[in-house]
Ligand binder design. Sequence first.
Ligand SMILES: Nc1ncnc2c1ncn2[C@@H]1O[C@H](COP(=O)(O)OP(=O)(O)OP(=O)(O)O)[C@@H](O)[C@H]1O
Ligand SMILES: [Mg+2]
Length: 1042
Amino acid sequence: MSEAESVRVAVRVRPFNQREKDHGAKLIIDMQGQLTTIKNPETPSEEPKKFSFDFSYWSHDGFTERADGVLEPTAGSKYASQPIVFKDLGQGVLDNAFEGYNCSLFAYGQTGSGKSYSMVGYGNNKGIVPMTCDKLFQAVNNNSDPNKRFEVSFSMLEIYNEQVRDLLSKDKPKGGLPVRQNPKMGFFYVQGLKRAPVGSYEDIEAQIDKGTANRTVASTNMNATSSRAHTVVTITFDQIIKDPTGQEKKKSSEMNLVDLAGSERAESTGATGDRLKEGANINKSLSALGNVISALADLSMGKKKVMVPYRDSVLTKLLQNALGGNSKTIMIAALSPADINYDETLSTLRYADRAKKIKNKAVINENPMDKLIRELKEENERLKKQMEGGGGPIAGGVGMTAEEIEKYKEEIRLEMEENMKKMGGMSWDEQVKQSRQEAETDSGGKATSNKKSTVSHFVNLNEDPMLSSKVYYFLEKPEVTIGRKDAEPMPDICLSGLSIMKQHAVVTNSGGDYEIKPGAKGAKIKVNGMPLTGPRPLAHKDRVLFGSNHMYVFYNAQKPNAPEGTPPDSKLDWEFAQKEIAQAKGFATGSGAGLSKEQQIAQEQVLEILPMVTEVNAISEELDKHRSFEVVLISSAAQEGGVAGNKGTSGEAGIRVMVKMKNLLNGNTWLWERGKFMNRRYLAQELYQRFLDGEDAAVKNLPKEEDPFWEPTEDVLIGTANVFLQSLGYALDFEDTLTVTDYKGQEEGTIMVVVAPCNAKGNDLDDDSFVDSPEDLLGKPYHYKVTVQKAEVHKARFSKGVRIKYKVPTVQGETEEYTETPMVRGSLSPVFNHSKVFSIPVITQEHLDNFETKCITLMMYGLQEDSTPDPKLMKMTTKELRQMENMTSPQSEMHRRNTTFGLDPERDQSALLKSEYQLVLRKYERLEQKERRLQQMCEEWGNKKPEEQDFLAFHRAVHALAHSTGTKLKTRVQMLNKMLKGYKMAQVLHGIKALEEQSQQSQANHSDLLQAQRAVQNGNKGAVKSGKTGEEVGKSRACVIQ
Ligand SMILES: Nc1ncnc2c1ncn2[C@@H]1O[C@H](COP(=O)(O)OP(=O)(O)OP(=O)(O)O)[C@@H](O)[C@H]1O
Ligand SMILES: [Mg+2]
């Protein structure tokens, strides 16, 4: 037996992708020799974290692209190309295979980090799997020893949702293929998995293509996210060697090449707060793998009594040997170079660090053929007995239905047949030939590639670039029907999955002019992002979406002229098609330029989540869940803290992408964080899959606690209003009726609120307690009272009850809970008269800054109840309800045009301006008082007898009174007055919304408006950045505040 050997670990960092480049992503990874370091972008001064691995591959930069697409290092660069990675990792696998060791290679890393690039590769940049196969057959073909022959077979499977799917087979057994344990040897295997005998590299390539195409179809039909699946390629390499005595020996090696699912952790998507735990099986295999690796690392470090939990998931069962036993194992951890992925990348590095501690003992698998054949015979005997026993102990025969028993027997029969083959029932060459023929018929073989240029066709687009351009549908008749398999007559192109109707679409061709039309009413089709309602011409390279996720590009072989504006093929990808759809829905999707970082992030999230929302809506319709979903963007103005309050805080605070769920029966709504929605989507997918698997009853009677579409009723956020606090800095009070707007900027009501300085007991201060400069408050205790007096709500459906919730701004070290008014029921004009006193023991500069720049966001919540729905609605299906909904509120999409991505700060600026205006008025009043007092003093002095006129005392008194306030105040008041007038106009115009309409206003109005808007903008900048703008208005405004 050989020495225990550590798992070898490599890390590889990929180049920035286009999106990262557009966003100006920062590089946080560095590599020197075996050392890999990672910088925390939040704490740039901190020492980077160091990791050391067997191999560190720098594939980030220092390369050029050859004409054939191959990436090569530039002179003197440390760029690690595919051949370099193969030389270190793949060659080792190959050498070991020849010696008769089992080998395993895993790729681990978050979605898009480069796992598939390393394992399989793209285009001419072939990855480890194809290169290993290529080299394997080169070596086999170079063999001149007549006493040696080779048998290579190939299998490819996918684990999705804890189910095993054979990617080389078109059959889709319900619940996937069973994973069984060999009772004698103990290892787990997939029963009935196809092993294709292969005789050349081309054979393997054909099998990989076939597997990938099957995977694409399955993932499209099931709406499965491919990056959530694990792909396992197994190459079995047998060498049969005749020794001089004529005895045959077999050296066997199993090479497992595993492209793991994306390793994103649940918390990174924000799903952790959900009532339902994360989509039960989604990452079960991956977390089980993590646990197995930890346990194995502990064992290798000498820890005793460690239980290795192989049985916890399908993946770990199948990889038991690879991980903790007879295998030479390599892990390649794929890293994203971008700052935005810091947390995930660090977690990948830690994972890899743990894996390198594992030690395995690989042995050479060499056995006399006689012995192997004897074993196979015994195995077949056992299987036969099992079959006769009608299920037998392993399958837990008790309680099996007749159908299940039949299925089980069929599996055993296949397995026995497989064993017979191994015993020499059919010669190896014959087996290879047979499998080659099968592959050829399945894929249409070489015919397909010739057809592409002569026959018009659809070719698929997939989220995973690996699965794009894998499925071709040729349009060989003048009229081609598209729909479900169960339609009568059967359509020419059969699709399945969500929202695909029996007769879904018809494409006609008349002399190279193509036209597409819906095959039935309500069939969901989009062409270049626009919903298709009737016939329309189909142009070369048009993007067509059938149902919720069958996305194809149309190629017109007869007239291959793409309309102007069609992007080049390299840009004609999934992302482009999704952007188009988003745009048609009213979401702006600018390119990187001109968008703030926050806007870019929001845009990316919208593009990611939109297809998911479409999909969940489709599931809701199919399962008749009476729920509708919609992506909403909560602009910073509508969030707690408002524009000013959130300036300077990072990322998330800017624009939040959320999903609104609506109960179509009673109008109740819920607002979900993006992560929570994604989690629910996985659960909804699981549910839908069960439904497809025939568990109708179970799906229908799902307890609501387990239902991803169910949520206890909760109060709904009607809208928000912001109170600015500048007046507190001058110890003045502020009273106003604020407009409450929802996330779309629509007015939903008003709140009357007073914010006033007070004493510790909450009593009002007397009139003279104001200060001329906020600095005068420094070092002193301070109290203020917030009174929510009453509100008005516009929409009758919120009459059940209304409450207001808010939090006052704090400084570092202070904590503050939310303050809530009681719920006032049964009124659209609720009266709260709710006051709370907030005390600051000692005022610091930070408090003053808060007063100047921050605000209190009053959040208005409406009570929702589980009311009994209208019986008329109850009779309608979800699909009908959703159609009705879209008809009655089409404006929701229109509205989005205004709020999309761009901040909607006007409303906050109005509030800010209003509070400033009041403040200035108050100060102006004070000034007038002072002025009067000065005049009075002068008069008094003048009236005094000359001998009583003490000039010094008089001067002191006048000086003291006059000193504190600037003369600019009056001008400022006038200016603000003007601005406010202009601003009101702007608001009215904005309400009417369209820019065209603005331009129709009189010229005078227009310039007035522009001026006012500019003034507003500058004014606000001044407030936020403490008045250091060069603009005239900003400057004078700053004077007031300082
Ligand atoms: N070393 C590399 N050199 C150049 N491009 C790379 C490299 N690694 C990855 N890429 C590119 O990055 C993108 C994402 O890579 P890939 O598809 O391999 O990610 P993945 O980890 O398999 O993601 P998923 O989990 O979604 O399957 C691809 O477009 C790929 O071409
Ligand atoms: Mg991949």
